[in-house]
Design a protein around this ligand. Structure first.
Ligand code: TXA
Ligand code: MG
Length: 349
């Protein structure tokens, strides 16, 4: 049975934190809020506890986890060969949505790293997360607290929908601030390489480091026209139950194209949803429209994206047509998640 502990980030009940920390120390699973998305935590140094994470999520065992720490120095128990410039990154961006991947120490069990010789580490900013980790006196391995393949949870309700009955404790707190996951940065190479865009933007890293590389798989251009790039199931991720198609191009063209495709699907008797923005939400007819916010405010769009995908499922929509936004700033992370959720079904006009 899952215990649900409600905690207010601005008025933390430390008795509840102590209880959740005890569950972690005893090898149990605790879901906790972070500033990015909710995380499903276990003692990172306890291989058996970590295996329970994979079981609860239905996560493939070849996908490594991020280890969360509450003070920077803890990284030395987990990682070796840390470049001096990476220490500067920690000072600048921690606590916050930046995950560093570096060579692991022998303290880190293979189940955490999926057998890799590197480990991913971050220090979250959420005060509940920090006090939980501090109280447990453990590094905490935690993937996003969703069932594998589903959109990451940005509210406690999302977590309860996916994991109630599958974990020991769920800490119920407010909605995630950022709404997309941390940026994963490989510091075994220099300049470091962005493996996953996230809450810290490429531009922020560049401004600080001068140069940062991007893993080539993130910038691959997709096929033009109506033929979707064939993804292969291993890329399907963040997915709503409905089929999602992303439409990229000039906004006015995108609106026209979405209305045209929506018409075709409606003729086939399917119920259509449109993932739109404030500027365009009134331009669609006969579809269920959800606005992600002002298209000039990618932070707002990021914070609403995963919830919107889940809301479409609750509304029983069968096809979702999504407007692309600009790839700049956190928009890069938004578009990465959207393209993955679509299984790379992208129409470019
Ligand atoms: O914001 C976040 O990062 C959230 C919160 C809970 O902290 N966590 C999260 O974890 O998104 P997860 O498991 O959903 O994503 C972890 C990502 C995966 O893409 C995984 O492949 C990558 O980090 N990763 C973990 N360890 C790695 C390693 N040693 N080398 C390369 N990638 C790694
Ligand atoms: Mg995840």
């Amino acid at each position: 049975k899952t215990e649900i502990l409600k905690i207010d980030e601005n008025n933390i009940d430390f008795e509840k934190i102590k209880y959740a920390a005890k569950v972690l120390k005893e090898g149990g699973l605790v879901v906790f809020p972070t500033e990015t998305v909710y995380g499903l935590g276990a003692d990172a140094l306890n291989g058996k506890a970590v295996l329970k994470i994979f079981e609860a999520k239905g996560r493939p065992s070849d996908n490594p986890l991020i280890v969360h720490i509450a003070c920077k120095e803890e990284i030395y128990n987990l990682m070796v060969d840390i470049p001096c410039d990476a220490l500067k990154l920690m000072d600048k961006f921690w606590p916050g949505p930046l995950t560093l991947v570096g060579k692991k120490t022998s303290n880190v069990p293979d189940s955490v790293t999926a057998g890799l010789d590197t480990v991913a580490v971050r220090m979250p900013k959420n005060k509940i997360a920090l006090s939980l980790i501090e109280e447990a006196k453990l590094p905490v391995a935690a993937p996003s607290a969703n069932l594998s393949g589903r959109p990451s949870p940005t509210t406690a309700k999302h977590v309860i929908d996916d994991l109630n009955g599958r974990v020991d404790v769920i800490i119920e707190a407010g909605n995630s601030d950022i709404g997309v996951e941390s940026t994963v940065l490989d510091i075994t190479l220099w300049p470091p390489v962005i493996l996953r865009p996230g809450g810290v933007s490429k531009e922020q890293l560049e401004e600080f480091l001068g140069k940062v590389d991007v893993d080539p798989s993130l910038t691959e251009k997709d096929l033009d026209g109506l033929i979707p790039k064939s993804p292969g199931m291993k890329y399907k991720h963040y997915s709503p139950k409905a089929e999602l198609i992303v439409v990229e191009g000039e906004v006015s063209d995108v609106v026209g194209k979405i209305n045209a495709i929506a018409g075709e699907y409606k003729e086939k008797g399917l119920s259509v949803g449109v993932l739109s923005t404030e500027q365009t939400k009134n331009l669609y007819n006969g579809a269920v429209v959800i606005s992600l916010g002002d298209r000039l405010e990618p932070e707002t769009i990021a914070s609403n994206l995963f919830k919107a995908l889940r809301d479409f499922d609750d509304l029983g929509v069968q096809i979702i047509l999504a407007e692309a936004i600009d790839d700049k700033g956190i928009g890069f992370a938004v578009m990465n998640r959207m393209r993955k959720a679509a299984g790379y079904k992208i129409i470019h006009i």
